[in-house]
Design a protein around this ligand. Structure first.
Ligand SMILES: Cc1cc2nc3c(=O)[nH]c(=O)nc-3n(C[C@H](O)[C@H](O)[C@H](O)COP(=O)(O)OP(=O)(O)OC[C@H]3O[C@@H](n4cnc5c(N)ncnc54)[C@H](O)[C@@H]3O)c2cc1C
Length: 434
């Protein structure tokens, strides 16, 4: 909870240098922002990607959430391709991805299911199926992200934190950012909010929903002796009734510890509150270390294991979600939309298919802003599906492509020809109607 200000400081007007005037500005370089920027630039837009940290990927790298769940619908059919599929292929070429072969997707073979469950690639309930999900190495994702933006000609601005924007009528004229270089402004034609937290929504005065969440800190252990047995023993110790939450991960004798702790921290936090975030950072690190101490002293196989790396971004599932021109709801499962720009399955439900309409990425009140990733306009239950990394990349790719089309005109995203947008996405390998 934020403390009430004890006093108010009135800021004097000041001059801010305008350091760039791109067609498209993508704010946030997580999986959605990466896809948005690459798609915009490949579609011909002069594109800037602004990211507050020193690397790309967001939760998919710095959050150590290193499982793509999932690119299929749980019934054996691939529903997400495009830039996410390209990422998988690039990871594979660098020996940094593990996933079931195409012929195995949808299989109910118990041996296969047991095998891939140990990699964290199957999460549904009985009867289980093999999913098209991918375990990967986060350092390689960061590197591939760099390569993809450089090859596409995106101008990358790392270590730049968007802090505000200027509205001119119903459009954003400038986005303000803060960095070691001071306070600067960017003057884009079209803006994409890919901050995950939906930071631009309150600044733009757009309606949004907020959430308080339990946070997690994922980590990896190295030098685990006989990981297969060690994971089983750890599971019995920490999760006797939950079926296990520790996984194999790329790299010899390493394990992925997704929840970071056997229990949640004691309360939900507001991910926009500095006080709550500070509490969650310190408390989740304490609990993670407590768990590691227990693993080392109590669980065979972990005696000589050590912390390889811990997420440097807190695992925050949701913060703000736009209430846009369409709010995708749970009963939209299997529904077709004329303006579908992506499809996603559901990581725990077999056969679910949500087409995502273009209207879920925008709100008509601000004509040059799109959202992508975990802050798009969906209800809480659908958010559980659209927040997953492959779906974030799919909505990012759609937002970037749409932004490029809008920027070729006057920047008005409500004027984008949806058939042209869908045609461009299909040409780029996206799946829209599975
Ligand atoms: C505990 C947990 C477990 C999960 N498990 C899975 C899983 O197994 N598989 C799966 O596919 N998905 C999983 N997810 C969901 C998935 O990881 C995220 O929803 C997804 O990565 C979000 O991508 P994004 O690009 O929308 O946002 P983010 O990854 O949050 O990226 C946002 C980016 O914007 C930057 N940013 C934020 N604010 C600003 C600002 N003001 N200025 C500049 N930059 C800014 C951030 O630094 C970050 O790089 C999980 C999530 C959590 C929290």
């Amino acid at each position: 909870m934020s403390a009430d200000p004890v006093n108010i400081l009135e800021e004097a007007p000041r001059q801010i240098p305008i350091v760039d005037c791109p067609d498209v500005l993508v704010v946030g370089g997580g999986s959605a922002g990466l896809a948005a920027a690459v798609a915009a630039a490949r579609s011909g837009a002069d594109t800037v990607l602004m990211e507050r940290y020193g690397y790309l990927g967001g939760l998919a790298t710095g959050g150590m959430v290193i499982l793509l769940l999932s690119l299929d619908d749980g019934a054996g059919t691939q529903v997400i391709a495009g830039l996410c599929q390209e990422l998988v292929e690039r990871l594979e070429r660098r020996n940094a991805a593990i996933y079931p072969a195409k012929g195995e997707w949808g299989s109910d073979d118990p041996a296969l299911i047991e095998h891939y469950r140990k990699w964290g690639l199957i999460w549904g309930g009985v009867p289980d199926r093999v999913r098209y999900s991918v375990a990967y190495e986060p350092a390689e994702f960061k590197f591939i992200g760099d390569q993809m933006v450089v090859e596409a000609g995106v101008r990358l601005r790392l270590h730049s934190w968007a802090t505000d924007l200027v509205l001119d009528g119903g459009r954003i004229s400038h986005v303000i950012c803060q960095s070691k270089s001071g306070r600067q402004a960017i003057q884009p034609k079209v803006v994409i909010d890919a901050t995950g937290d939906g930071d631009l929504l309150p600044w733009a005065g757009l309606p949004h929903e907020t959430a308080k969440v339990h946070v997690y800190r994922w980590y990896r252990m190295a030098n685990v002796e006989a990981p297969e047995q060690a994971i089983e023993a750890a599971k019995d110790k920490f999760f006797p009734t939950l079926g296990g939450r520790f996984f194999h991960t790329p790299g010899e004798n390493r394990t992925l510890m997704p929840w970071g702790m056997s229990d949640h921290i004691d309360r939900r936090i507001d991910p926009t509150s500095v006080e709550d975030l500070t509490y969650a950072e310190v408390e989740s690190r304490r609990l993670m270390m407590e768990q590691i101490d227990r693993l080392q002293s109590e669980v065979p196989g972990f005696a000589n294991a050590y912390l390889a790396d811990a997420a440097d971004q807190l695992g925050i599932t949701e913060t703000r979600r736009l209430v846009g021109d369409y709010v995708l709801a749970a009963d939209d499962d299997q529904r077709s939309f004329d303006d579908a720009i992506a499809v996603t399955g559901h990581w725990t439900r077999y056969g679910a298919r949500y087409q995502i309409p273009f209207r879920a990425l925008r709100h008509g009140a601000v004509t040059n802003l799109l959202v992508s990733g975990r802050c798009i306009s969906v209800d809480r239950r659908v958010h559980n599906a659209t927040k997953e990394i492959p779906a974030c990349m799919a909505t990012g790719q759609a937002a970037g492509t749409a932004a490029s089309l809008a920027a070729a005109g006057n920047g008005d995203i409500t004027a984008v020809d949806v058939d042209e947008l869908r045609g461009a996405l299909l040409k780029a390998g996206a799946i829209l109607t599975a």
